[in-house]
Design a protein around this ligand. Structure first.
Ligand SMILES: Nc1nc2c(ncn2[C@@H]2O[C@H](COP(=O)(O)OP(=O)(O)OP(=O)(O)O)[C@@H](O)[C@H]2O)c(=O)[nH]1
Ligand SMILES: [Mg+2]
Length: 289
């Protein structure tokens, strides 16, 4: 499958990111809890080598609870600050603010030793498209100042926002495109909506999605949701959904695009249940190679 989706403005964004890094002392890296490997650009590790970092496993409300724990442990064991977060739920705000304050502790101590008692901590949000950066900034600001939307790449502009405590947040999130070595990563990004649907052949991707659900042992989530038989193959699942829903073209061919849209809308909204596509075992294996 050929995915051609690298936008021309990415170099400009990386340059801007590199400039903005100089202005902050803590970096809040947002990743998607359903795909912690594919939604993390390894370039960030190089770019932010010298900065304190907080990993936000965002959209954890859509991810498998057991896997969330494993991922949280995975980062803790690496000695990183980490928090599971749902940007769409304002009740969780305190948890994030505490995590930022906790991650800033060492910096505050260092300032204190130098007699700088009220110096503000400067923070910046970074992440690949669609992980929820704008939604998270909005939730921190408690007001709708940053645009949000389900399409990757809609954020532009720049200013500081004062948060509770002594923390200033850069209004502009740093965006980097995801990097992946194999089709698996690209597909996981497609399933979650991090790669724009219009550059994909959605019918093919939906077949891969069904195969992935079978591989994860979660195909029941699909069959139960649509009240269909499992059949023998991944294609049977798509056919059975079409049959059940009456998704046919005027010439009576199966409307696989409509099936794909239904599947992805439901998966991305969590209507197939809480599903995590990547486990820390995969990350460990990737590191060994
Ligand atoms: N369920 C759930 N949905 C979320 C969460 N955070 C963000 N979303 C949704 O994910 C979609 C993308 O969120 P954005 O905040 O626009 O993502 P972004 O990282 O700013 O994306 P770009 O601006 O394209 O880089 C939106 O539909 C949000 O409502 C979360 O924690 N849980
Ligand atoms: Mg945004």
């Amino acid at each position: 499958m050929n995915i051609n989706w690298y936008p021309g403005h990415m170099k400009k964004t990386k340059d801007l990111l590199q400039e903005n890094i100089k202005l902050v002392n803590i970096v809040i890296e947002v990743i998607d809890a359903r795909i912690p490997i594919s939604s993390k650009n390894p370039d960030f590790d190089k770019l932010f080598r010298d900065k304190k970092r907080l990993i936000v496993l965002n959209k954890y409300d859509l991810a498998d609870p057991n896997m969330n724990k494993l991922w949280e442990d995975y980062y803790r064991k690496k000695g990183w600050s980490v928090v599971l977060y749902n940007s769409t739920n304002n009740k969780e705000l305190k948890k994030l603010e505490e995590a930022i304050a906790d991650a800033s502790k060492e910096i505050v101590e260092r300032y204190k030793k130098r007699g700088l008692l009220n110096k503000t901590i400067k923070a910046m949000i970074v992440g690949i498209p669609n992980v929820g950066k704008s939604t998270l900034i909005n939730s921190l600001c408690k007001r709708k100042s940053a645009k949000t939307g389900n399409m990757p790449g809609i954020t532009k502009g720049k200013q500081w926002i004062h948060l509770s405590g002594n923390i200033d947040l850069l209004d502009t999130p740093g965006i980097l495109w995801p990097k992946f070595d194999d089709e698996k990563g690209a597909l996981n990004l497609s399933f979650t909506g991090a790669i724009k649907d219009d550059v994909l052949i959605l019918e093919e991707v939906s077949l891969k999605f069904v195969e992935k659900m079978i591989e994860l042992g979660r195909i029941n989530s699909v069959t139960e949701k649509y009240g269909i038989e499992r059949g023998d193959t991944a294609l049977d699942i798509l056919d059975n959904i079409a049959e059940k829903k009456g998704f046919f073209l005027p010439n009576k061919d199966t409307d696989y695009l409509r099936v794909a849209n239904l599947l992805f809308n439901d998966f991305r909204a969590g209507k197939l249940g809480r599903i995590t596509l990547e486990s820390p075992d995969n990350a460990n294996n990737a590191n060994k190679n």
